[in-house]
Ligand binder design. Structure first.
Ligand SMILES: [Zn+2]
Length: 150
């Protein structure tokens, strides 16, 4: 049986991409935030465990770093990418399992990584406009908090 999507196909690109964690429990929230909160429908997705953690210089994520850099550079060339949105989320398993960080330190490290990743994308990919957010979980509600990067 074929499934037909109810969403109409729109050819125009929005020239923005989001780099976020592939955790499916927050996928719909990320989509809603990008599409309705930031008004970036049809944004390009770069989803992988830990999101932009791989752009913050952790040796445990070195292989992913090169992959994401290649993907972003491809999107610059092929899709005219001009803006990147980075989202870190509360309780991210990548930080606990791969980077072995204790729970109490996760959020602080994630905020540091958002800043490091922003500088990395500006320097290596050449995109100036990078916006960062922390997706906080409070009583089953996800709130997207802007994270300021100088
Ligand atoms: Zn995660």
């Amino acid at each position: 049986m074929n499934y037909q999507s109810p969403y109409e196909y729109e050819k125009a690109r929005i020239h923005a991409a989001a780099v976020y964690c592939s955790d499916g429990r927050v996928g719909a929230h990320f989509d809603d935030f990008l599409t309705n909160g930031l008004k970036l429908p049809r944004y390009d997705r770069v989803a992988l465990p830990g999101g932009c953690a791989c752009l913050a210089g952790h040796t445990e994520a070195h292989l992913e770093e090169q992959g994401v850099v290649d993907e972003l550079k491809f999107l610059v060339d092929a899709h005219g990418l001009k803006r990147v949105v980075l989202i870190a989320h509360e309780g991210c398993a990548f930080y606990a399992e791969r980077l072995h960080l204790p729970g109490a330190l996760l959020e602080a490290q994630q905020r540091i990584d958002l800043a490091k990743s922003t500088l990395f994308i500006r320097r290596v990919v050449g995109i100036e406009r990078v916006d960062c957010f922390y997706a906080a979980l409070r009583d089953k509600v996800i709130t997207f908090e802007p994270v300021e990067v100088k």
